[in-house]
Structure formats: structure tokens, C-alpha cells
Design a protein around this ligand. Structure first.
Ligand code: SME
Length: 168
């Protein structure tokens, strides 16, 4: 199976894992395990936007909602597969913080060429980070690392953007 066929076969599994399940952590855990085991990536997991639920809960009563994310907002490590990773990533920092800030998927063919890349593992050579949108709000990012250069391309971007839609 080529990459495209693998992703196409995986989407119904993602759907089955997420359908009817309301617990976001459980869904993130299974989706990261599925992607990791199917593709043999080096690191596969989620960083959650800290306090995003708080922000949603408070949104009806607050007037400073537009202040979110603040310069102090950060990502916090969520469910993942692979070696241990950094726990906190600031808004706009690294590949993850950049995907969050720019509200788009970031594909990095060579992490050494990405200014500000955060090296949780020296083994990581290429990376893709996909924002998880709940409506207009980003609630998390999916981060995948590879030990090979240029692992990720537009096919990964397209399918992974579909995968994360099943989480919300
Ligand atoms: N490389 C990421 C940090 C997270 S680890 O790869 C798991 C970044 O630059 O944001």
C-alpha cells in the first residue's frame, strides 16, 4: 500500500474510534496510537491549548475573549506515542507554536532548517504539525516527527487534516 492508500484505509478506523466518544483525551490517545503503529513514526501525539476549555466555558460572560491567546498562553503535552517530550510550548514557539499562531498546518522537511525548532529528541529530522479546530478555535495540535528527512508532504497534510476533524 502506498501512503495515500494507507491513509484512506485508516480514516474509517479513526471514525469508528471517535464516533460517539466524548472524552477528548481518550480520542487523542487512540488516534495517536493508531497513526503511530500504522506508519511507524518516531513521535506521534497532541499538544493541547492550555485553558482553552476554560475559555470556552467563560466565553458567554467575558468581555476580554479577544485577548485569547495571550502572549502567556501555551501548549501542554497531551496523549502521545514515542519517547518523552517537552511539556510546555509557548504561543508562536517551535513548529507547534507556529502552527497554532498561524492557524495552519506546518510541514517541515528538515527540522534543522526551521528557525526556532524545539528539539525534544535529537533523532527527529522532519515534522508535521496540524491544528485541531473546534469551529473557529484551535484547541490542540497534532504533532508527528520522523527520523527521516522530508517524510511529510501534501498527502499527509490533506489526510491528517481530515483525521483531526473526527476528534471534535
Ligand atoms: N519539535 C516540536 C516540539 C515538540 S516535539 O517534536 C514532540 C516543535 O518545534 O514545536
Amino acid at each position: 500500500m502506498n501512503k495515500e492508500e494507507k491513509y484512506a484505509a485508516l480514516l474509517p478506523q479513526v471514525k469508528a474510534l471517535c464516533e460517539g466518544e466524548t472524552d477528548m483525551i481518550a480520542k487523542m490517545a487512540n488516534v495517536s496510537a493508531l497513526l503511530h503503529s500504522e506508519f511507524g513514526f518516531w513521535w506521534t501525539g497532541f499538544y493541547r491549548i492550555e485553558n482553552s476549555e476554560l475559555k470556552i466555558e467563560n466565553s458567554a460572560n467575558t468581555t476580554n475573549n479577544s485577548q485569547f491567546p495571550t502572549p502567556n498562553s501555551q501548549l501542554i503535552l497531551g496523549p502521545f506515542q514515542g519517547p518523552i517530550a517537552c511539556v510546555h510550548i509557548a504561543y508562536g514557539r517551535g513548529v507547534c507554536g507556529t502552527a497554532w499562531k498561524e492557524r495552519r498546518t506546518v510541514v517541515v522537511p528538515d527540522v534543522e532548517e526551521f528557525p526556532g525548532h524545539i528539539a525534544c529528541s535529537s533523532e527527529s529530522r522532519s515534522e508535521i504539525v496540524v491544528p485541531v479546530f473546534a469551529g473557529d478555535e484551535i484547541i490542540a495540535v497534532l504533532d508527528i516527527d520522523s527520523r527521516e528527512l522530508a517524510t511529510f508532504d501534501d498527502t499527509d497534510r490533506r489526510y491528517l487534516e481530515e483525521v483531526v476533524k473526527y476528534l471534535v
